[in-house]
Design a protein around this ligand. Structure first.
Ligand SMILES: C[S@@+](CC[C@H](N)C(=O)[O-])C[C@H]1O[C@@H](n2cnc3c(N)ncnc32)[C@H](O)[C@@H]1O
Length: 317
């Protein structure tokens, strides 16, 4: 288990551009900006830390740069700025193995935005985001900032580099935190200062698990049930999950993603994803491909073959 951390107060870094209208949605080819905190790169001065050196507590070490990470590869594919050469290399290999990988991650992130907007409209104003990745490129705090004053989000991720980037990016925002923690350790997640200090679990919470549970090889249904047991009726679950149900999926993707740090990828079938969602009442249209979940009116449909994630939203009875 990684120890929960508080926000760092290092020197500000330029945030990555945000969507909509950012690189990802415009389809610009991102290349080689390394938006990581100063000192995050082996050979450079040590990472920023607060007075108690909490960077060490999130587990960052030069080793983390020797393996690609899902958070950083995903950031690269979305057009973000928080990745390194090793992440770009794997991102390029993934794109070569499956031509629609970029479309697929964009569809997933677009589903995230639609699901969060839907939940805000339904009255949910606090979110626990599990496996958040780098919180840029149209992520939850950007959506809620446009929709509802005072809504809040507690981001969490096992990736300490994503967490450092997030902590710097969100340092001035009182309605968002970022905690480095393993999603499989429910108690650690819920008791982390960034979560317990921000969210009021006596009121409904939106539990968000976008494209993360495929990195959890064990009992994902049991894990989600455990989170749901800690939130009150009226809370919601929004989830997307990578699958190999689509004929476009190739074994090569699974072999490549096995190189991620902190991960033992496990694609699940629609039936397995339905088990994970068993504790909530799904809203229409139930479980669909991410790009087909309540698409925005007038938006051109995504590529037919960008069918990598099952997606659904439901409410706790
Ligand atoms: C594909 S990214 C998804 C990012 C974001 N949720 C989204 O959908 O846009 C998967 C994220 O899950 C995180 N992750 C993988 N295993 C995890 C674990 N055991 N605990 C917490 N986060 C984890 C990765 O570090 C990565 O940031």
């Amino acid at each position: 288990m990684l120890e929960p951390t508080r926000r760092l107060r290092p020197a500000p870094v330029a945030p990555a551009p945000a969507v909509p209208g950012g690189l990802a949605e415009r389809g610009a080819a991102p290349r080689s900006t390394l938006g990581l905190p100063p000192g995050s790169i082996p050979g450079q001065p040590g990472p920023p830390s607060d007075e108690r050196g909490r960077v060490a507590a999130v587990g960052s070490s030069p080793d983390e740069f020797e393996q690609p990470s899902s958070a950083r590869v995903y950031d690269y594919l979305l057009g973000g700025a928080a990745h390194g050469a090793i992440d770009r290399q794997l991102g390029d290999e993934l794109t070569a193995a499956r031509h629609d990988v970029v479309a697929l991650v964009r569809e997933n992130r677009a589903f995230l935005r639609r699901a969060v907007r839907f939940l805000l409209a339904a009255g949910i104003d606090q979110f626990l985001d599990l496996g958040s990745g780098v919180p840029t490129m149209g992520n939850v705090h950007e959506v809620i900032a446009r929709s509802r004053a005072g809504a809040r989000v507690a981001y969490t991720d096992i990736d300490s580099i994503a967490a450092m980037h997030g902590q710097q990016l969100l340092a001035a925002l009182p309605t968002a935190t970022y905690t480095a923690v393993d999603v499989t350790d429910v108690e650690a997640v819920l008791s982390a200062p960034g979560v317990a200090g921000l969210l009021d679990l006596r009121r409904p919470v939106g539990v968000l698990a976008f494209s993360v549970l495929q990195h959890v090889p064990g009992d994902a249904a049991g894990l989600v049930a455990s989170y749901l047991s800690h939130v009150v009726p009226g809370s919601a679950l929004a989830l997307s999950h990578y699958t190999t149900d689509d004929p476009g999926a190739t074994d090569r993707i699974e072999r490549l993603t096995a190189r991620y740090a902190h991960s033992d990828p496990r694609a699940r079938t629609r039936a397995e994803v339905a088990d994970v969602l068993a504790g909530v009442d799904l809203v229409e249209p139930g479980i669909t491909w991410a790009g087909e979940w309540r698409p925005e009116a007038g938006r051109p449909p995504g590529p037919d073959d960008a069918r990598g994630h099952w997606a659904a939203v439901g409410f706790l009875r």
